[in-house]
Design a protein. Sequence first.
Lengths: 206, 320
Amino acid sequence: MSKRENDKRDSPQDNDNHYVALCQMGDTNAFQVLVERHQKKMLNIAYRITGDYEEACETVQEAFLSAFKAIKKFRGEAAFSTWLTGITMNHARNRLKKMLSHSHHEGMSIDDPIETETGQILYDHPSQEEPIIEQLEKKELQAKVQECIGTLDNEFREVLVLRDIQEFSYDEIHDILKIPEGTIKSRLFRAREALKNCLKKVIGDL
Amino acid sequence: MTCKDIEDRLAAYQEETITPEEKALVEAHLSTCAKCSSVLADLKKTVDLLKDLPEVEPPPWFTQKIMAQVREEAEHKDSLLKKLFYPFHVKIPIEVFATLFVVVLGLYVYKTTGPEMKVVQRPPPALVEITPKDEALKYAEDKAKVDTEEFHQKEPASQPPASIERKKIAVETMLERKQETPAVATPALPAPTRSLTNEKDTPAPAGVSLRDEREKKLFQAAPRPEKVDVQKPTFIALTLSVEDVAKASTDVEKVLGESGTLITKEEFRVDSQTLVAYFPARKLEQLLGRLRNIGDVKDYRSMTEATEGSIQVTIQIIPK
């Protein structure tokens, strides 16, 4: 997306490093600049991982707080945004675990999709006569996509979000997730395949 | 290549991460296989759908919320540093000083009242248990250290040797023994003077009148020796300057105890201690000698020239 590309250009690494250095010297106000620059990206990552806006907001707050606490440990080996994304991913992962255990305790809602043994959701198959994709509102379609992302295993979901939604490079994903490039690719391909199958089931022909 | 092989490579083809040879193979297959082309199209659509997902906007005041937490954390860190490096900066001193005050007050109260309570709590055996006979014996033994020769001259037959031997035994022990053998000692009763009796410190004021009554009876019963009028209140006072008050105090008590002397009064202060005891005048030089071994004897004041009888010795032990 062009908007995201613009964001990237607006926050060059060197500029981040300047504010990071100020933070490391105890300037709390400098951290606000970093928050303003990166909060939206971090919120979107957390939202796509958790699938819940409120939970994503909480995740990002925790992530920024953790980043502030650990800012003196940041040595600039990777870009600040990459480092921050790693922290956000960790918090999102933990929050997702909590959410899952919580939902298990709370029991199932009647509106929840039914998970099969393969972990895929079963919906009423839409009629094949009508092009469903046109009938669905765009928003609904996007909601279905998000639901399908939610059905993926965590390791696939993370790679998919970082690569196909946030458009991080393989190197950056390697820095964020600390996994080899080959693993990233294989996970990404499997994630796309699984998502494609899920979407086909949910909305019919793509 | 089968369709399955091609499908396995489609994702890599899409990402353009396959070798040129594989790419050529895949493209050749796709041009002839509608099914695989459809799969590739679906994959592309899937990725397009992902890329088209809208970005969510942060809630209002999101930056402020985050920064509020961050600043709270920063202040918490600062206050921790302050607590570590400036412990007397905020409220802590009040608590510390209050605690110190209570501790010091407690110690002071203990030091000042503790020994007195001990004296009060200890039932004065001389008043409660001993009969006039026993009390007379006690005087006999106290005075025996001083007046033995005198009494021997006056009443040589009535002074049992046993009472002289006992003079080095601690008073409380002596009292117990006296109860066992009161009959032996009774005949040896020398009449103590009224003035000497008054010098003896009675720890419990309630016991004074009782004791006086007993003494009166005693005096009526016993013949007064001629020496009586010669006995006057005599005392010496000195200050013992030492390194360790507590240790010196113990040493002095030991010295007095070895001489069979009753310490009638002990006063504990924060940095000094005062002992009052009755000591045989003829052993005074010996006592001073031993005290000089314990510490520096200062402010020696003597109100007596007596070489016989008991002398009230007041020893104040102070740190150097």
